[in-house]
Design a protein around this ligand. Structure first.
Ligand code: GYE
Length: 320
């Protein structure tokens, strides 16, 4: 009797399972992603990379644009926690001020992945891993290019103006630090002005106009923390009747298409690469983390330096 009932039960279960095969299929992974904004060509390429990779992998992506505001990112993270997503990823607009909200994610047992920018938190267990570039090294690469490029110039002093990224953001802090570290050993190289252009073309242009008004022809070099600010500043230099790339050497970071176009036009001298194509790696990481597999604590993007001399050859290979 007992065994007969068991057989019947098993048959019923089999029938039910075959009737709705979906109940067997794995639930699609749900990721909440809080993006910084749409401030630059880099950022839009990064957003496309993340959205495309999620789609390709059948991952449900809840995407929130913070419009460069930390409070919007905190709100987005709280809403992802409330929705009980499988994993939260975000690109923190600034480094500090994340402890509270990340503790909330930890209490809800939702793993957090940092993409692109780092945070400064008291408890390192508040995020699982950080995937992105080494911004200090990017700053050093910009500095090394300048040291080499100016080594043979007869000028006793080379005056540099610097357009910094968003105040308090990891790339702004680190790109400044790496650049300073390299030029510190060279008494000829002097930063005479340094101000934020918030990583945008409009602000880059506006601040460069102010630099030109204050310093005029004294400026020999512009170091911009991203291509967009450099492109805005190039316009300001031209409007001031000077030749960007010649009268003023222009150095920037990212390596977006707009920078290659500026190099081909002879207006930008070098761009240090910073890859925004983090989507596929992020999706793989998310799957591994949710499956309980160990992942490295830090994943650093591999990138190069593109001086204007190689722009024509490299341009057709660029993916962003
Ligand atoms: O360089 C800049 C963007 O965080 C690496 O943010 C990123 C930076 C990038 O707006 O263009």
């Amino acid at each position: 009797m007992q065994s007969k009932r068991r057989t019947l039960l098993a048959a019923a279960c089999l029938a039910a399972c075959f009737a709705s095969p979906a109940s067997f299929a794995a639930k699609p992974l749900v990721i909440g992603f809080s993006q910084v904004g749409a401030e630059s060509e880099w950022r839009t390429a990064n957003t496309v990379s993340i959205k495309d990779a999620a789609k390709k992998d059948g991952i449900t992506l809840k995407f929130a644009d913070a419009q460069q505001k930390q409070e919007n990112q905190v709100k987005a993270i709280r809403s992802f926690i409330a929705q009980r997503v499988d994993l939260i990823a975000f690109s923190p607009v600034v480094e500090s001020g994340w402890d509270t909200v990340l503790r909330e994610a930890k209490a809800a047992k939702i793993p957090v992945v940092l993409t692109d920018r780092a945070v400064n938190v008291s408890d390192p267990s508040l995020y699982v891993t950080f995937i992105g570039s080494d911004f200090v090294e990017e700053g050093r690469r910009a500095g090394r290019w300048l040291v080499e490029r100016t080594a043979k110039l007869p000028n006793p002093v080379i005056n540099i103006v610097e357009l910094q990224g968003t105040v308090g953001s990891a790339p702004a802090l680190d790109r400044k630090k790496g650049f300073e570290e390299v030029i510190a050993g060279n008494p000829k190289l002097k930063v005479i002005r340094s101000q934020t252009g918030d990583f945008t073309r409009a602000k880059g242009k506006e601040v460069m106009e102010a630099f030109l008004k204050a310093e005029g022809k004294k400026i020999n070099v512009l170091y911009a923390h991203n291509d967009d600010m450099a492109i805005g500043a190039i316009q300001a230099i031209e409007e001031a009747g000077l030749k960007p790339g010649k009268d003023i050497l222009v150095i920037s970071i990212d390596g977006v298409k707009g920078a290659f176009e500026a190099m081909l036009a002879g207006k930008l001298n070098v761009t240090v690469e910073c890859s925004p194509l983090l989507g596929p790696q992020l999706m793989q990481l998310a799957r591994d983390i949710v499956a309980g597999k160990p992942v490295p604590r830090r994943i650093t993007t591999v990138e190069g330096v593109f001086p204007a001399e190689v722009a024509a050859k490299e341009f057709p290979n660029r993916k962003y």
